[in-house]
Design a protein around this ligand. Structure first.
Ligand SMILES: Cc1cc2nc3c(=O)[nH]c(=O)nc-3n(C[C@H](O)[C@H](O)[C@H](O)COP(=O)(O)O)c2cc1C
Length: 334
């Protein structure tokens, strides 16, 4: 069974975006939420943090909250709060490459410290009554960090492991290290969810051919650039040559076999704006949010520079109303 999971993209795939996305573009089995930052020494987790994640009863797609923590007590306080609120799983972020996060010894800043990672798990796992999964990189500076960790991590009862085969120092660019991923699979000896640079059904096909044992696939930027990507992977394409049938995927009510139309783009953006309006007190904040989303979605990242400049200069909803027709025209001209 192929399982497709939305990767967390902080600042983009927030709760409102995700729920709007699921309604317009089906095909996902689960979504990992952007990290909830949990400060060291925290005494309780504010309710507004938990509200960023849909409860199992609220969403058609299973959402897994992610924590950015490096201290057992903060981890447990947040984990127990999630447990009380009804979540069944919590994910631990060991991949964030931001300098500020690494400086605090969190995210990929933890990867060089195998003993510390395992000490945290020793303290947290016996006390937590919900599943704990992890999302890691190959390392902060060297893939040896991951190769040291995995043979020991395999002894721990974590519920899942996702590996983005880049180093923290690479941020999100440079090539993914598929040889490193292969070695990680060998060293861990248990299932690993693959994440990184799946942008087309062809990318999925070649990765699945190389790693036939992998069943869970996490996709971030590719799902935004082409919101039909999950459906294309699951329904347009079957992979008899590598032993995958389309009906192994998630339920797809109506397979999409046409390229994305401007109407679908418009409906999604209009719906998202409607859902977002109540959440921003200032118009400019809403416009800035929209700009951030648009730079990632619908292949607009490769828009001509003049067009991008105009988008970035928008300040009011009135200006947006005029500009949006240009987006649709641009879209139809592609
Ligand atoms: C803007 C942005 C925000 C991200 N935020 C998170 C995050 O909150 N938690 C996390 O584990 N990874 C985060 N990531 C990493 C992605 O989840 C993913 O691992 C990475 O983009 C590679 O997958 P992709 O090539 O399919 O996008 C972020 C990436 C980007 C570009």
């Amino acid at each position: 069974m192929i399982k497709l999971i939305m990767a967390p993209l902080e600042g983009v795939t927030d709760k409102t975006f995700r729920s709007c996305y699921y309604d317009h573009f089906p095909g996902l089995n689960a979504a990992l939420t952007p990290f909830l930052p949990i400060p060291d020494g925290v005494k309780r987790v504010p309710l507004r943090n938990l509200k960023q994640v849909a409860l199992p009863s609220e969403s058609p797609v299973h959402e897994i909250p992610q924590l950015l923590v490096s201290e057992p007590s903060a981890f447990l306080i947040a984990g127990r709060a999630l447990e009380r609120a009804g979540y069944r799983e919590v994910n631990w972020n060991l991949g964030c490459p931001s300098r500020g996060v690494i400086r605090k010894g969190k995210g990929s800043g933890l990867m060089p410290h195998t003993d510390h990672i395992l000490e945290i798990l020793d303290a947290v796992l016996p006390e937590l009554n919900i599943n704990l999964s992890m999302k890691i990189r190959l390392g902060l500076e060297s893939r040896d960090e991951c190769f040291r960790l995995l043979p020991r991590l395999r002894e721990y009862p974590i519920s899942g492991l996702t590996l983005h085969p880049r180093l923290g120092t690479q941020m999100y660019s440079g090539s993914v290290d598929l040889d490193g991923f292969e070695k990680a699979l060998e060293l861990y000896g248990k299932p690993i969810c693959y994440n990184g640079d799946i942008r087309s059904p062809g990318d999925f096909r070649s990765l699945k051919a190389r790693f036939p044992q992998v069943e869970e696939w996490m996709i971030g930027r590719g799902l935004l650039a082409d919101p039909f990507l999950a459906q294309k992977i699951l329904s347009e394409v079957s992979f008899p040559d590598i032993g995958v049938n389309a009906d192994e995927g998630a339920d797809i009510a109506e397979p999409v076999i046409h390229p994305l139309t401007h109407r679908e783009v418009r409906d999604f953006i209009d719906d998202l704006l409607k859902r977002m309006k109540g959440q921003f007190q200032r118009e400019i904040a809403l416009i800035n949010y929209l700009k951030g989303i648009l730079l990632f979605t619908f292949e607009l990242e490769s828009m001509p520079s003049e067009f991008r400049k105009e988008l970035l200069s928008l300040k009011t909803l009135k200006e947006w109303e005029k500009f949006r027709y240009k987006i649709y025209e641009y879209f139809d001209s592609q």
